[in-house]
Design a protein around this ligand. Structure first.
Ligand code: G4P
Ligand code: NA
Ligand code: NA
Length: 195
């Protein structure tokens, strides 16, 4: 069992059979020790690949993404959920992301200034549920003509469709924790040795 799995069992709260609360160390209060473990995990998996940028979406993706970017010594870029008044005249890439938890669509954007056709992009996010955020970020990278090196996820809810959708899109997906089930008020991880 890795460090993030241990912390989930110790400090996570199962809200219902679909939602896990980990506000005490990842989604609200953030424990730097957890972040350090997470980034070294991602680094180990992706270190042989050439990466020029780490991309995530605000807000909760930012903390793990900046840690990973720091290790690779590349910039971190986060997609914004609202358009900044300072957006450069070069314009933006925009994509529509559906939130199942909030049941609404929203446009997320990045400035064209910060993503180029020669970028090799590692996408990082805290949760993978339906894959909407990751697929939106992939769309933004594609609009720039850049390359998606892979997607790194802290907590994947493997019983939701995101994983399958990303694999079908040909993505190199690496998740530190894969949750098989949140049923019966209990966190059960995917037994990867048994797969
Ligand atoms: P998807 O991107 O995989 O399709 O996910 P979905 O629409 O279901 O999730 C929307 C938001 O809910 C995301 O944050 C995501 O990180 C978060 N989320 C999804 N499942 C869980 C869960 O089990 N526990 C917790 N704590 N969060 C979950 P967001 O709305 O973009 O907000 P932010 O917190 O990053 O600002
Ligand atoms: Na979140
Ligand atoms: Na997120």
């Amino acid at each position: 069992m890795n460090y993030l799995q241990e912390r989930i069992l110790k400090d996570g709260t199962v809200i219902d059979e679909k939602i896990l609360k980990i506000d005490s160390f990842l989604n609200h209060q953030i424990d730097p020790k957890v972040m350090h473990e997470i980034q070294s995990n991602f680094f180990d998996y992706f270190k042989s690949r050439e990466i020029t940028k780490v991309l995530t979406i605000e807000a909760s993706g930012i903390a793990p993404a900046i840690m990973v970017a720091s290790h690779f010594q590349v910039p971190m870029l986060f997609a914004k959920k609202s358009e900044p008044s300072t957006l450069a005249a070069t314009g933006k890439y925009s994509t529509r992301v559906h939130s199942f938890t909030k049941d609404k669509d929203s446009d997320v954007i990045i400035s064209k200034e910060y993503l180029n056709a020669d970028d090799k992009v590692l996408i990082i996010d805290d949760f993978l549920a339906n894959g909407e955020a990751s697929l939106g970020l992939i769309d933004l990278v594609n609009q720039a003509g850049a390359e998606v090196v892979g997607v790194g996820i802290c907590v994947e809810k493997s019983f939701q469709p995101g994983r399958q959708r990303l694999l079908e899109a040909g993505v190199d997906l690496y998740s530190i924790c894969r949750i098989a089930s949140l049923a019966d008020n209990k966190v059960t991880f995917v037994d990867e040795d048994a797969e």
